[in-house]
Design a protein around this ligand. Structure first.
Ligand code: ZN
Length: 453
């Protein structure tokens, strides 16, 4: 009897899953419900946690997908998506709910690609970074929406202009001469940011994220760092200056992965604007100060891009299914981009992982560091690279390695303890002094013509 009933039960279970997230706009309570419903359907590969609360006390929830939820497995990279940072840009929020349901459902169906992705990646999904702003925008509804209503948080602050300005430290003395990785935060940073920003900074400091995207609306383009141009304080904000990172080619490839997997982003002409290949350097579009994307690159190991996903910031519900179909492949393909370049363990002679070891690639002036367990991830395009691992108290080790297009190359380092040399002074100490000097200067207000990212 049980054997006869099982196929019926299975069909009913699948139907229940399929109905978990509808193509509707989800208010806060409904969004929370949708997340927990996905968690309920896929309890063994998901976890829900909150990184903190908004000004009005709403949780900034994250849904995590992993074969071991809640645990960092060495050599398994951490990925994140953040949506709805601007409360009135709502498509990302709905797409991330759809993506959550999709990953859960496809995993249960045994979809090989999704199963691999979840087994090899720890995926963190935050559908809304600005739940207070969303409620303000949603009260107006999609039809009567004022263009900027609900963009800011409950204190009226634009969260994508609220991160510590680390670019200014890098552009010190009018040239890009300072370090562009792991720049220390100003001493008083906590008092200068909003609760949502504070929660996100603590979140991205606690996880060793490797790749991420921040989902916005008001245009259709994949935008990559830097967002802030070097000379915006001297020139009109309308002046656009391409401001590449040392990882420019890699960022272009990451952005193109999204735009070409998207239904129409890659065509270039969207919302009355043209972007070749559907991608743009942030500063060459319009310069933006204190954004989250540059902060990720300058403070953490994470490579982040900003996705503008719809001309209409608050699209009607009838449009949501079409938008999901246009973005589904892109959202999955972009996560898969985390599996490229090199990764490995940095350990001592007794095979203990070394945390905070610096991984430098010759010719690319941007270092990454190893995580708590000694594992590191360095996204790279295919090619041959000379890579050095160094850590305080150890002799540096240099290897040459070739990176292919498909999977990351495993490059492990075992560092010998340095008994002869005195401990070198930390590289960052000089920067700290510079930062202090800079903190006293007046940092220019962000001027921006765009209201997208
Ligand atoms: Zn935005």
């Amino acid at each position: 009897m049980a054997r006869l009933l099982w196929p019926l039960v299975r069909v009913l279970l699948l139907l229940e899953v399929a109905a978990a997230v509808n193509f509707l706009h989800h208010r806060y309570e409904e969004m929370v419900q949708a997340l927990f419903s996905v968690q309920n359907e896929c309890p063994y590969i998901t976890r829900i946690y909150s990184v903190g609360r908004s000004v009005e006390g709403r949780h900034l929830y994250v849904l995590e997908f992993s074969d071991y939820p809640g645990i960092h497995e060495p050599l398994e990279p951490e990925f994140k998506y953040v949506g709805n940072m601007h409360g009135n840009e709502v498509l990302g929020r709905e797409l991330l709910l759809q993506l959550s349901e999709f990953l859960c459902e496809e995993y249960r169906r045994g979809n090989e690609r999704v199963t691999h992705l979840i087994h090899d990646t720890r995926i963190h999904i935050m559908p809304s970074m600005n739940p207070d702003g969303y409620e303000v925008a949603a009260k107006q509804g999609p039809d009567s929406i004022g263009y900027l209503t609900g963009r800011n948080n409950a204190n009226g602050v634009d969260l994508n202009r609220n991160f510590p300005d680390l670019n200014t430290f890098m552009y010190y003395n009018g040239e890009i001469s300072g370090p562009n990785h792991h720049i220390p935060l100003p001493d008083n940073w906590k008092s200068q940011v909003e609760p949502e920003t504070l929660a996100v900074i603590q979140w991205i400091s606690n996880y060793n994220f490797v790749l991420s995207a921040n989902l916005h609306g008001g245009a259709v383009v994949a935008n990559y760092p830097y967002d802030k141009s070097q000379d915006q304080r001297f020139r009109s904000h309308r002046r656009t200056v391409n401001t590449p990172t040392p990882d420019d080619k890699l960022f272009q490839k990451l952005a193109k992965t999204y735009s070409y997997a998207h239904g129409w982003m890659h065509r270039g002409w969207n919302c009355g604007d043209y972007f070749a290949d559907g991608i743009t350097n942030g500063a060459s579009w319009y310069s933006l100060s204190k954004g989250m994307q540059d902060f990720n690159y300058l403070y953490t190991n994470c490579f982040e891009i900003t996705l503008e996903l719809s001309c209409n910031k608050f699209p009607p519900e009838e449009d949501l299914e079409r938008q999901w179909m246009a973005n589904r492949e892109a959202l999955v393909a972009f996560i898969e981009e985390i599996h490229q370049g090199i990764k490995g363990m940095v350990s001592d002679e007794n095979n203990n992982g070394i945390a905070g070891a610096v991984i430098s690639v010759q010719g690319i002036s941007h270092d990454v560091t190893s995580g708590d367990m000694g594992d590191y991830f360095r996204l790279l395009l295919p090619g041959t690279y000379t890579v050095t691992a160094s850590a305080e108290g150890y002799q540096p080790q240099t290897v040459t390695t070739t990176v292919g297009p498909a999977a990351p190359s495993l490059v492990h380092f075992q560092l010998k303890q340095d008994v002869v040399r005195k401990l070198p002074e930390r590289k960052t100490s000089g920067t700290r002094t510079n930062n202090k000097a800079l903190q006293k200067k007046v940092v220019p207000r962000a001027t921006h013509r765009g209201t997208q990212r």
